[in-house]
Write a protein that binds this ligand. Structure first.
Ligand code: PMP
Length: 394
């Protein structure tokens, strides 16, 4: 039977990580995979998470199953973190999932179940896994313009023109903050215009938020999601705990379905639980439990927020250093966008040939579309990258 299987394309980001590990050069720099690294190149376990793990080991008395939709302490704490007081909780159905990817997958599956004809509009570019999951599920994808590669900013006019094509029942996928892969984000007035457009068309916004706290701060990064949740009849929100809690391998995420019509909550909640049951039954609990412990304990939460803020400030400083160094070397402001972008990524606007030259000549690894992980840099490597970019003619 297995001989009938078809070759699958390797995930480009994972393949790049492998190529980096196999590169013997000591001076190599990894700006590829989207994992936070401190200036020493380490992805640390956050202090509050470590403390919660210790407490959990001491206090946990059973590892029996939780609930199909996840532990309510987790889903409640995450709904608070993402939604604040934007919507009453009786208007929100929640589902714990393995990572943000699990939430994205279950969201697309829910869309397909509710409206098999729905098309999903995605930004061009978007996180490649959005596209491959949609292709796997057989959902029709429509691209909307998002990134202006001349200015490395959002092409808002292009985006709005393309959203004119949205029909009732379509889903429009938006990145809540820290757009991956570009780093370019909508302003609040732009979010308001998008909401107006989607509401006029009868389309449903789906927000993927995987980097809350990495851009302008925990609250600021949730402002757009909260605005959309409060102002649209129905919204899907996929949130990841991988980055902001640093618990990547624990696979912790949540899907929220927000509806103005609270009468639909029970039906929606039952469908969400059904999706988990069919896919993997109970969602993983360890990471979720750590998250709810950190979020509901004042001391742990304060320490987590302080560490997350240090992470955010560190990335902002690297952005400013890189933009300043490139300005010095190029004598122009054309790299100013690096300091304007937010989150872990920036798309630099280099050609695939330039990206390849950076890898071959300098051992600098970035994604083929010239996305860099800012957290892969430190004080020493910022000037090296800046010089290499200029040398490569970027
Ligand atoms: N959405 C986006 C836009 C992402 O960048 C990521 C992480 N790469 C995810 C979702 C999901 O991450 P995870 O499954 O590791 O939580």
């Amino acid at each position: 039977m297995f001989e009938h299987l078809k070759e699958k394309p390797a995930d480009k980001i994972i393949a790049l990580g492998q190529a980096f590990r196999e590169d013997p050069r000591e001076t190599k720099i990894d700006l590829g995979v989207g994992v936070y690294k401190n200036p020493e190149g380490v992805t640390p376990v956050m202090r509050a998470v470590k403390a919660a793990e210790k407490r959990l080991w001491e206090e946990e008395t059973t590892k029996s199953y939780t609930a199909l939709a996840g532990d309510p302490a987790f889903t409640g704490a995450m709904a608070d973190l993402v939604l604040g007081d934007a919507v009453p909780r009786e208007n929100v159905a929640t589902l714990a999932t393995p990572g943000g990817t699990g939430a994205v997958r279950q969201a697309f599956d829910l869309v397909r179940m509710a409206n098999p004809g729905a098309r999903v509009f995605v930004s061009d570019p978007t996180w490649p896994n959005h596209l491959s999951i949609l292709a796997y599920l057989g959902v029709e994808v429509v691209n909307y313009r998002y990134f202006d590669s001349a200015t490395c900013a959002v092409d808002f006019d292009g985006m709005m023109a393309d959203l004119e094509g949205v029909r009732a029942g379509d889903v429009v996928l938006l990145h809540g903050c820290c757009h991956n892969p570009t780093g370019a984000n909508l302003t609040m007035p732009e979010w308001r215009a998008v909401v107006e457009r989607l509401n006029a068309a009868g389309a449903l916004p789906m927000i993927d938020i995987a980097y809350q706290g990495f851009g302008d701060g925990l609250e600021a990064d949730a402002a757009a999601v909260r605005y959309v949740a409060a102002n649209c009849p129905e919204v899907l929100i996929a949130a990841s705990c991988s980055k902001n809690f640093g618990i990547y391998r624990e696979r912790t995420g949540i899907l929220m379905a927000v509806m103005q019509e609270a009468g639909l909550r029970t039906l929606t909640q039952a469908n969400l639980a059904y999706l988990n049951r069919q896919t993997y039954s109970f969602p993983p609990d360890h990471g979720a439990r750590l998250v709810s412990m950190v979020l509901t304990d004042d001391t742990l939460r304060a320490d987590w927020q302080a560490e997350l803020e240090d992470v955010r400030q560190g990335m902002l400083k690297l952005r400013e250093q890189l933009a300043a160094e490139l300005q010095r070397l190029s004598g122009s402001d054309r790299f100013g966008f690096i300091a304007q972008h937010r989150g872990m990524f920036s798309r630099l606007g280099a050609t695939p040939e330039q990206v390849e030259r950076l890898r071959a000549d300098h051992g600098i690894y970035m994604i083929g579309d010239s996305r860099i992980n800012i957290a892969g840099l430190n004080d020493k490597t910022v000037p090296i990258l800046a010089k290499a970019l200029i040398d490569a003619g970027v």
